[in-house]
Write a protein that binds this ligand. Structure first.
Ligand code: PMP
Length: 304
C-alpha cells in the first residue's frame, strides 16, 4: 500500500510512522474490532467521497452488533473523513476507519479495554488489477464456506471474521485464480472474499439475498439502483454453483473491487468469455455516478 502522511487517531492527527498500537491490544488477540472501506473519487467539482454516510452508518451498526461502544457520531466521522483526505493531499483514494478494543483487558470480555477509533486514507488503484477490470477475472469456488449467521454476524464488518475471507483469498491465489467465491453452509452462492456477486441470465440481473450470509454491500445497493433506473430487471435470488457455470454474465461489486467482470469460474468460461453488455453498462453507470457525472445521484457524494 501507499503510505499516508497523517492518520487520525481518537481526535489527533498522527504521523504515519507514529500511528502504533500496543502488542497487548485486545483486538490484536481476538479480532475485537470493526472497520469500513470507503473510496474518494476525483470529480469535475473536486474530490468526493462515495456514500460516506451509509458507510459510517454501517460502521455504527457493526459496533452495535458486537456491543462495541463507539463514541463518535456518524456526523463526526464524516467530518474526520473529509479532513483525512485533505490533510493527506489526496485527489482520490481509499479511506479505512477502524474501531478496536485496545489496552485494558486481555481475555474474552473486552469491556474493560479502551475503545479506540482511527481513520486512515491513502492512494489506491484498482483492487483486482486494471486488466481484470477491462477483461474480467478468473474465479474459483472456494473449499471454504462463508461464515454462518449461527456463529458470526455476516452483515457486520468485524475484523476477526475476515480470517474466513483471508483463507479463501489465499487459496484462490495459491491455486492460480484471481479471487474466491464462497458458498454458504447450505451450499448456495454467497459472495467473494470481499465482494458481492451479480449474475445475469436471459437479461435479468440476479444477486444473492442478505439472508444468504453476505455483507449487504453499499456498491451492491448502488449498482442495483442504477440498473433498475435503466429499466433492467434486478432481483434477489438464491443461486447455486450450477447457476454460476450457466450464467450469461457474472460480475463482482465492492468498494475496493468497484464493478469487476468475471470471465471464468472453476476454469469454465462465462458467456462469451468477455465482459457482457449488462456488466459493461453497470461499470459505466457506476463510474459515472462516483465521479459526479449523473446529476440524479449527486446525493451519493460528500464533497471534500
Ligand atoms: N462482501 C464482503 C465480505 C466485503 O468485505 C465487502 C467490502 N466491504 C463487500 C462484500 C462489498 O461491500 P461494499 O460494496 O459495501 O464495499
Amino acid at each position: 500500500m501507499d503510505s499516508a502522511k497523517l492518520i487520525w487517531m481518537d481526535g489527533e492527527l498522527v504521523a504515519f510512522d507514529d500511528a502504533k498500537v500496543h502488542v497487548l491490544s485486545n483486538a490484536l488477540h481476538y479480532g475485537t474490532g470493526v472497520f469500513e472501506g470507503i473510496r474518494a473519487y476525483e470529480t469535475p467539482d473536486g474530490t468526493a467521497i462515495f456514500r460516506l454516510r451509509e458507510h459510517m452508518e454501517r460502521l455504527h451498526r457493526s459496533c452495535r452488533a458486537y456491543g462495541i461502544p463507539l463514541e463518535h457520531t456518524v456526523d463526526e466521522l464524516i467530518e474526520v473523513s473529509r479532513q483525512i483526505i485533505t490533510v493527506n493531499d489526496l485527489e482520490s483514494g481509499y479511506i479505512r476507519p477502524l474501531v478496536y478494543y485496545e489496552l485494558g483487558a486481555i481475555g474474552l470480555n473486552p469491556a474493560a479495554a479502551r475503545v479506540r477509533t482511527m481513520v486512515a486514507a491513502w492512494r489506491w488503484g484498482t483492487y483486482l488489477g486494471d486488466e481484470g477490470v477491462a477483461k474480467g477475472i478468473r474465479v474459483r469456488v472456494s473449499s471454504w464456506r462463508r461464515i454462518h449467521q449461527s456463529s458470526f454476524i455476516p452483515v457486520a464488518k468485524g475484523t476477526g471474521q475476515y480470517l474466513n475471507s483471508v483463507l479463501a483469498k489465499q487459496e484462490a491465489l495459491a491455486t492460480g485464480y484471481d479471487e474466491a467465491l464462497l458458498l454458504n453452509m447450505e451450499g448456495n452462492v454467497s459472495e467473494g472474499s470481499g465482494e458481492n456477486l451479480f449474475l445475469i441470465r436471459d437479461g435479468v440481473v440476479l444477486t444473492p439475498p442478505v439472508s444468504s450470509g453476505i455483507l449487504d454491500g453499499i456498491t451492491r445497493a448502488s449498482v442495483m439502483e442504477l440498473l433498475v433506473s435503466e429499466g433492467v430487471e434486478v432481483r434477489e435470488a438464491g443461486l447455486t454453483r450450477g447457476d454460476l457455470y450457466n450464467a450469461d454474465e457474472l460480475f463482482f461489486t465492492g468498494t475496493a473491487a468497484e464493478v469487476t467482470p468475471i470471465r471464468e469460474v472453476d476454469d469454465r468460461s462465462i458467456g462469451s468469455g468477455e465482459p457482457g453488455p449488462i456488466t459493461r453498462r453497470a461499470q459505466e453507470l457506476f463510474s459515472q455516478a462516483v465521479t459526479g457525472k449523473l446529476s440524479e445521484y449527486r446525493g451519493w457524494l460528500t464533497f471534500v
